[in-house]
Design a protein. Structure first.
Length: 478
């Protein structure tokens, strides 16, 4: 018989707890974790049940640039490896072939799981990437940042080595006024699916994934911090900063018995009169059971609650965590759960290669085609941000700020470019190349300082725009 388990993690408590979703019995724990919201992901089993079963649990740590990996067969940490920077979000594809991480810098990293190769890293947002979600068919993934924009990326284009290094989003979902907090993707192929985004601006927005068209905006009394769509995609569940969970009907029946979707535009939503009441602080994460009958929620009050989705009644409360619960997951109970013998052999044994910290794709070819004299160092064009950014969110993507000639310099880190120059200089040790290498290194340091100043100016303008927007909203209410 298939059984479901709940996995709850904390941002400060170093234990990940595993318990039976329906009975509440504690089944085990994983040691050595401190992860924030949206920084945990499940890796499916390649065989023996396919993606229905999970083989491993991955978390990005909040106190250092590390990823921790556990096999469900053991409570001890299986492997950990370093990252280019501390990640603020992490998500594996449903196939388990790729994993995408978002950094505090706004950069996105795409790794291939079976090789550990860093396939691509690129600037996706101006500020930290707070959430990443794959569509159900893995054709695309969506990133949401503190810059209040969600970007949709076609996976095939991102990982294609033949394409230009400048990665552009398939579409940008801009309309929120404050940072994004969560994203939910519907079930179905990419061309027919919908995307729901939530923000600290007290709204949830529903988008058409393929076109990026805004379908509806739902306004709530408090800011929304977590989202979950029921399996039928007829109801949206939204966890708020005050501990309440709202249920919004995405379809309604008219007087003639016909079922209609929500009308396009701004709507208060057909929110059920009853809300889920039980948490006392911010609801950080929501997740449904496979049949949609149970809803699992985690909160900063240190509790995880199992709800009956239909009646909105609390069935049980899990209070083992002594710190805020940052993430909750529901999955089928792995056959090898806490079975130490299955960790090293059999279909559930996992051998995850450490992830590369720097992209090496195309480096050798570039070094063969370019000499040291071919490297060009130019500052990317600035975007001309004005105070109107909070009122009219005209999307200017970071990757579009670089000219083609400066792509190789700013797509990769400055340090990586310097290493490439040193490698080229090492092939010819004459004094001319050595002096050129030193000159380019000085230029790189100067440009790095200029780039840092541009980012500081952009952050200052953004904060000023947000402050002005909040002030205007308060004046309108007063």
């Amino acid at each position: 018989m298939l059984a479901e388990i709940a996995v709850t993690a904390s941002s400060t408590d170093n234990l990940v707890h595993i318990w039976d979703l329906r009975s509440g019995a504690v089944l085990g724990s994983l040691k050595g974790n401190k992860s924030n919201q949206r920084c945990t992901t499940l890796l499916p089993v390649g065989g023996a049940g396919g993606s229905l079963y999970s083989s491993s649990f991955l978390t990005a740590q909040n106190d250092r640039a590390l990823v921790h990996v556990w096999n469900w067969a053991k409570g001890q940490l299986q492997v950990k490896f370093g990252l280019p920077e501390k990640l603020s979000s992490l998500c594996a594809s449903h196939s388990g072939m790729y994993c995408v991480g978002g950094g505090q810098s706004g950069r996105v990293y795409v790794w291939q799981m079976n090789t550990g190769k860093l396939l691509r890293m690129f600037d996706a947002h101006y500020k930290a990437v707070r959430v990443i979600r794959f569509t159900a068919d893995d054709a695309a993934f969506v990133t949401g940042g503190e810059d209040s924009v969600a970007n949709v990326w076609r996976l095939a284009e991102v990982i294609d080595p033949q394409l230009d290094n400048v990665v552009s989003p398939h579409c940008s979902l801009s309309g929120h006024a404050l940072p994004l907090t969560d994203i939910a993707c519907g079930i179905g192929l990419f061309g027919n699916t919908r995307i729901v985004t939530s923000s600290a601006d007290r709204t949830c927005k529903i988008w058409e994934a393929s076109s990026g068209d805004l379908l509806n905006t739902i306004v709530f009394p408090k800011s929304i911090s977590s989202l979950a769509l029921d399996p039928t995609e007829t109801r949206l569940y939204s966890g708020s900063s005050d501990g309440l969970i709202y249920c919004t009907n995405l379809y309604h029946q008219s007087s003639d018995g016909q079922t209609h979707g929500m009308t396009q535009g701004v709507d208060a939503g057909e929110t059920d009169p009853g809300v889920f009441t039980g948490h006392t602080q911010n609801v950080t994460s929501l997740c449904f059971s496979f049949d949609g009958s149970l809803l699992l929620s985690g909160s900063e009050d240190g509790t995880a609650i199992v709800w009956d989705a239909a009646s909105k009644q609390s069935l049980r409360t899990f209070t083992t965590h002594k710190a805020p619960v940052s993430s909750v997951n529901v999955l089928l109970k792995p056959p090898h759960l806490m079975d130490a013998g299955a960790a090293s052999s059999g279909p559930y044994a996992t051998h995850i290669r450490p992830w590369q910290r720097h992209s090496t794709a195309g480096t050798d070819d570039m070094m063969q085609q370019q000499t040291v004299e071919d490297f060009s160092w130019r500052m990317p064009a600035t975007s001309g941000v004005s105070s109107d950014i909070a009122l009219e969110r005209t999307t200017v993507h970071p990757s579009s700020l670089s000219t083609p000639s400066s792509t190789s310099a700013f797509l990769c880190s400055v340090d990586q470019q310097v290493r490439q120059i040193h490698r080229a200089a090492a092939q010819d040790n004459n004094s001319n190349n050595s002096s050129q290498s030193s000159q380019f290194q000085d230029t790189a340091e100067m440009l790095a300082q200029r780039n840092s100043k541009v980012l500081e100016a952009n952050n200052g303008l953004y904060q000023a725009a947000v402050t002005q927007l909040i002030r205007d909203v308060k004046q309108d209410h007063d």
